[in-house]
Design a protein around this ligand. Structure first.
Ligand SMILES: Cc1cc2nc3c(=O)[nH]c(=O)nc-3n(C[C@H](O)[C@H](O)[C@H](O)COP(=O)(O)OP(=O)(O)OC[C@H]3O[C@@H](n4cnc5c(N)ncnc54)[C@H](O)[C@@H]3O)c2cc1C
Length: 334
């Protein structure tokens, strides 16, 4: 998302662009597909929002409810309307738009250069491990036949949180972050049962008659969400490659889009010769720090609160207090 958005933003300014993508479009991604925050304003500014609306895949997300196994949370209105859209559609639409605006897109091409003059790294998350005691896995699958009590439901257990988000055309995104002490064996054939074991008993019952789409199932390992000491790095780095925000915030796509817009502003000046490469790097790093340091700090605290060692107690407390907690948490992590 970060790379395609940057490419489009640069093409809007007539800067020549080549985007290298190791995979091919369309394809499913592990993502809650819930998009909110300042990134939506950027999509408007880049002239992409109308294209997404015309495609018909956007779905409004107005309400959220947090649940734990034995505690049912209230349905709360989000402070601002958010949206959902399948990454299968969204990434492919952005890829087409980049080409339509004169960018060059090389799919199936794994680029080796990660820094250098004019090179921007937007290659997604760096694999990592938070602790020697456990691993974090992320998964996503689309489903039909799921009754939701709110547009977005978050189900918490001691070792996981699973989100259910209403998508367009009667589909629901089921996406979770799972803490596991042992490797999960034979996920390829057992994925269906494994998904149904996550998120607690309440969710299991809710998904009893759900129809899971096997083609949409995907999983990632090697996730870690330690708080950044700083957003400094060699070269120009944007999106998850710069830093991942915990999925509970639903703000990763927004950060990818926002960082792309900031990078486009700096790179336009580099491209016209108004700024050296060193100045460009320095300016972007300052911009990224100003934009993201605070939300990453609070998102890290929230993540530790939910999946930390005393999570059993904290999760129930959060679910009980979700009626008034949603608004401040939403603002602090955006
Ligand atoms: C469980 C989970 C749930 C999430 N839910 C949400 C949510 O609901 N809302 C939200 O906003 N965010 C969510 N996120 C985060 C969101 O998915 C990411 O923040 C977002 O995709 C980051 O975009 P990106 O462009 O930086 O990276 P990516 O989308 O990962 O894109 C990186 C791309 O780089 C390509 N690539 C990698 N290396 C190379 C190379 N050497 N050469 C060429 N191409 C390469 C990859 O193929 C990939 O396509 C979630 C994440 C997880 C793990």
């Amino acid at each position: 998302m970060a790379g395609l958005t940057l490419g489009i933003a640069l093409r809007n300014r007539n800067v020549p662009v080549v985007v290298c993508e190791a995979g091919r479009y369309p394809r499913h991604r592990v993502c809650g597909e819930f998009i909110s925050g300042r990134g939506i304003e950027v999509l408007h500014r880049l002239g992409l929002w109308d294209m997404l609306v015309a495609h018909g895949g956007l779905q409004e997300v107005r309400t959220v409810a947090f649940h734990a196994d034995d505690v049912k949370g209230a349905t709360v209105s989000l402070p601002h309307i958010a949206w959902s859209i399948s990454r299968y559609d969204l990434d492919a639409l952005l890829a087409d738009e980049l080409v339509a605006r004169g960018g060059e897109l090389m799919t199936g091409h794994r680029e080796r250069a990660t820094s250098g003059k004019g090179v921007v790294l937007a290659a997604g998350r760096n694999p990592g491990r938070e602790s020697s005691a456990y691993r974090l896995l992320g998964f996503k699958v689309h489903a039909r036949g799921v009754d939701l009590t709110s547009d977005l439901e978050m189900h918490h257990t001691d070792n996981s949180y699973v989100g259910l988000c209403r998508l367009s055309h009667g589909r629901v995104n089921i996406c979770g972050l799972v803490r596991t002490r042992r490797p999960v064996s034979d996920l390829r054939s057992n994925w269906n049962q494994w998904v149904l074991q996550q998120g607690g008993r309440r969710l299991q019952q809710q998904l009893m008659s759900a129809e899971l789409d096997p083609d949409s199932f995907c999983v990632v390992a090697g996730l870690s969400y330690l708080e950044p000491e700083s957003l400094q790095s060699d070269g120009l780095v944007i999106g998850d490659a710069m830093h991942k925000i915990p999925p509970i915030t639903g703000n990763g796509m927004s950060m990818a889009i926002e960082s792309a817009e900031l990078a486009a502003l700096c790179l336009t000046d580099y491209s016209s010769g108004a700024q050296t490469w060193d100045e460009t790097q320095k300016r972007l790093r300052t911009g990224l720090s100003n934009a993201f340091q605070r939300r990453l700090f609070w998102a890290g605290k929230l993540q530790r609160f939910l999946l930390g060692s005393r999570s059993q107690w904290s999760v129930r407390m959060m679910v009980r207090a979700s009626g008034w907690l949603v608004r401040p948490l939403f603002h602090l992590t955006r």
